[in-house]
Design a protein around this ligand. Structure first.
Ligand code: PMP
Length: 404
């Protein structure tokens, strides 16, 4: 039989991620890869986790850590997160917080919670590929978030209605976005909030990289700005998705959502139905590690990744041929490179792999896949010397490609 004939209609929009397919090819040690988007395992807080796991499994704690637990998440960890959110300018209590299996699960749940078929999700252009993948399962229409600059909210909403739904949310990563590395200014953030007010839609703020700033001054999160405007989280349309993946370790799969209580209560029901709860022992371990080393560990990462970002920007300056431009991020893990219009990042990748250097072509990050002359470079996984060598190789490949 052909199982695929029986698959639900909504699966038709799902496709294998270009990045995951590509990452499988990158095991060869002589390739310098700027393709991944992952933290450097050399800088996982391994000792702190070893201690935390051993504490979680001691005689008095094992009965809890190996047991089922509440769908909303482990109380002491939610308390730590509430205190952390306070340092970001948001006052909340633990009923405003649900623990998820990474922020990726939060994106899936939020898609499930808000999107009927043909509803519109406003996203940055380009945006995080994993968000497109998560939302796609609910068969939305994507529209450009930044087009708000030259279209009125009425025009945006009318286009959404013509497509058979309405605008349900804006999704964005305002700090050091994946893939561009860009950060929105306070004015731009206020404009996003004003647009959401005019559209009467929710705002999903992806804070995955917010803690990883290496230069410049913090800009308050969308949730903090809205909280300051409205005085209570219950009046806020912003839903903040946080993650321990980039600050501690992604393998534990622990993230969180902060939002008004009705949103969290509904997400708890989704979680009960989907996977009951995030792994108890992982939440307990993250709680121990967050309480013991979060601040100092993030400081260490800022030093390590900040030096790598500086090395990448210097190498780009030194090696790149004319006609190539790139973002100048102040944090995160990525630099976004724009090639001359005629050059397709996917073709360039084939040539680059021959020269033993890899990156991710940019087209997959656009909801319409239409822009092809961009590439994403990751700097968190290579040391400074490798970064210089890899960018030199890439520049050489570009020079040859541009001449053709
Ligand atoms: N959002 C962004 C912008 C990301 O880059 C990632 C991971 N690459 C995620 C969310 C998901 O991270 P996690 O599920 O590990 O928290």
């Amino acid at each position: 039989m052909a199982h695929s004939d029986l698959f639900a209609q909504r699966t038709k929009a799902m496709k294998a991620s270009e990045i995951r397919e590509l990452l499988k090819l990158l095991d060869q040690p002589d390739i310098i890869s700027f393709a991944g988007g992952i933290p450097d395992p050399a800088h996982f807080p391994r000792d702190a986790f070893a201690k935390a796991m051993s504490l979680a499994l001691d005689e008095t704690s094992a009965g809890t850590s190996l047991q089922y637990a509440a769908s909303e998440g482990y109380g002491p960890l939610r308390t730590w997160i509430a205190d952390y959110m306070q340092t970001l300018g948001v006052t909340c209590d633990i009923d405003n917080i649900i623990i998820t299996a990474g922020s990726q699960q939060a994106l899936d749940y939020l898609g499930k919670l808000y999107l009927d078929k043909d509803d519109t999700a406003l996203v940055e252009w380009p945006t995080y590929l994993g968000a497109l993948g998560a939302f796609n399962a609910y068969e939305p229409r994507f529209d450009r978030l930044n087009a708000g600059e030259n279209r009125t909210p009425d025009e945006i909403q009318n286009a959404a209605r013509a497509a058979g739904g309405c605008v349900k949310f804006s999704y964005l990563s305002p700090d050091f976005a994946n893939p561009t590395g860009k950060t929105l200014s306070r004015t731009e953030r206020l404009a996003v909030l004003a647009q959401a007010d005019a559209l009467d839609c929710a705002v999903i703020e992806d804070g995955a990289y917010q803690a990883l700033r290496y230069a410049g001054d913090d800009v308050p999160s969308l949730l903090a700005l809205e909280f300051a405007q409205k005085g209570t989280l219950e009046a806020c349309r912003t839903i903040y998705c946080g993650s321990f993946s980039k600050t501690l370790a992604p393998g534990l799969r622990v993230g969180w959502v902060v939002a008004a209580k009705p949103v969290i209560a509904q997400m708890v029901l989704l979680k009960q139905a989907a996977d009951l709860q995030t792994a108890t022992i992982n939440q307990i371990a993250v709680n121990h590690v967050a309480r013991s080393v979060f601040a100092s560990h993030v400081e260490t990462l800022r030093g390590v990744y900040g030096a790598r970002l500086a090395a990448m920007l210097a190498a780009l300056d030194k090696h790149m041929p004319d006609g190539v431009t790139w973002t100048k991020p102040q944090g995160g893990m990525f630099v976004w490179v724009t090639l001359p219009k005629s050059v397709d990042g996917r073709d360039l990748l084939e040539k680059a792999l021959d020269a033993r250097v890899a990156f991710v072509p940019g087209s997959a990050f656009y909801a319409d896949g239409a822009t092809t002359n961009t590439i994403r470079l990751n700097f968190s996984m290579s040391d400074e010397a490798k970064i210089d060598l890899g960018i030199a190789r890439l520049a050489e490949v570009m020079r040859k490609a541009f001449l053709q």
